[in-house]
Design a protein around this ligand. Structure first.
Ligand code: GDP
Ligand code: MN
Length: 346
């Protein structure tokens, strides 16, 4: 219950980013976390920074989910860290287990084949990726919200965020926001593109025009170029994922079994969905949000760096580099309407 604090929060008084107008409006939004009990202190580290850099002024609520019940130690540590109301949720078994059509022997063989790839042999990682691809937005604790911001344990928020990114999204009808793009390990998604093309062939009515498919297609071969938005940070519209077409896409992928036979990540899945369903101007690069996850980061440059009191090295920012796909995203024509059958931009 932070209603009183919310009303007196100094909205609109600290807008350091000159392109952003703060209005005092609030979005119907939630800070969303998936975590394990043993990650309490890693999560505390992320949340201390998120609170200091952003949420102490906005008091957005948190929903924290787990496939096992959270213990009292975890809850105590998180409750002591944040300024927003926290709800702890348990993930239903059917959202974190093998569906009946999966061949468990074939899944075991698939893990063996990926033993040289990060998380290649992990079963829990696959359940996590499938959950983040197809189920989190069905959780009852999220039913009341329109936007989510995904946060993980042990990430860094390295700059002040002097406006409300949720309201920013809402006012511009943005559907998906990112800070980092990367290339996926090909062996983890060997048949994801084929399966996605089958889906588009079966449901051409679900593909938007314009779209952002151009960004994910390798022009020379027509194959998936492995570009994806790194999903450990996302600010997005839950209604995109709740839509009939997204649910149909997930079901199509889930039936094919690649979450278990390969190691399809939720990042390429969300990204291919965005590529099919969204125009470029519905996707936003939060260039001004300083964010680090493991070895990759986005660090603002120029004026923003000082105005937002950043604590990162702009030279280490991944987005200008070839390992990322951000430059190609930014270069894309907003009217791009790529046709995967003819391999042409209409
Ligand atoms: P990476 O970012 O791909 O290296 O994977 P992480 O280990 O960071 O996992 C991604 C997110 O899922 C993090 O928020 C983790 O806390 C969470 N996560 C991963 N595996 C599990 C799991 O088995 N159970 C629960 N409850 N959360 C998990
Ligand atoms: Mn992570």
């Amino acid at each position: 219950g932070n209603a009183a604090k919310v009303a007196s929060a100094p909205l609109g008084t600290t807008g350091a980013n000159p392109t952003v107008t703060t209005t005092g409006k609030r979005a119907n939004a939630v800070l969303l976390i998936l975590a394990r009990n043993r990650e309490a202190f890693g999560l505390r580290s992320s949340l201390k920074q998120l609170e200091r850099r952003f949420n102490h002024k906005y008091h957005y609520p948190y929903v924290i989910l787990n496939d096992e019940p959270f213990d009292s130690n975890f809850k105590r540590i998180v409750d002591q860290t944040v300024s927003g109301n926290v709800s702890y949720g348990l993930i239903p078994k059917e959202h974190w287990s093998y569906p009946p059509w999966i061949d468990l022997n074939k899944a075991a063989e698939g893990r063996e084949k990926l033993k040289n790839v990060i998380y290649g042999t992990s079963e829990s990682y696959r359940h996590m990726c499938r959950f983040n691809s197809g189920f989190f937005f069905h959780h009852p604790l999220l039913a009341q919200y329109d936007y989510y911001w995904r946060v993980e344990p042990d990430v860094d928020f390295t700059c002040n965020i002097n406006y409300d990114p949720f309201v920013y999204m809402q006012e511009r009808d943005l559907q998906y926001g990112f800070t980092i793009t990367l290339h996926e390990f090909r062996s983890t998604v060997a048949t994801l593109w084929e399966t996605t093309k089958d889906f588009m062939a079966q449901h051409p009515e679900y593909v938007s025009h314009p779209n952002t498919l151009e960004w994910v297609v390798e022009k020379a071969t027509g194959d998936y170029n492995m570009c994806h938005f790194w999903s450990n940070f996302e600010i997005a519209n839950l209604n995109l994922l709740r839509s009939e077409r997204y649910r149909a896409y997930f079901d199509h992928l889930d039936q094919a079994g690649g979450f278990f036979y390969e190691r399809w990540g939720d990042a390429p899945v969300h990204s291919l969905a965005a590529a099919m369903f969204l125009r470029k101007d519905e996707i936003h690069f939060f260039e001004d949000i300083g964010y680090r996850h493991s070895v990759y980061e986005n660090c603002p440059t120029g004026l923003t760096f000082n105005l937002q009191n950043c604590n990162c090295d702009p030279k280490r920012s991944i987005n200008p580099q070839g390992l990322a796909c951000t430059r190609d995203f930014l270069k894309m024509d907003p009217q791009s309407d790529f046709n995967i059958t003819t391999m042409e931009q209409n």
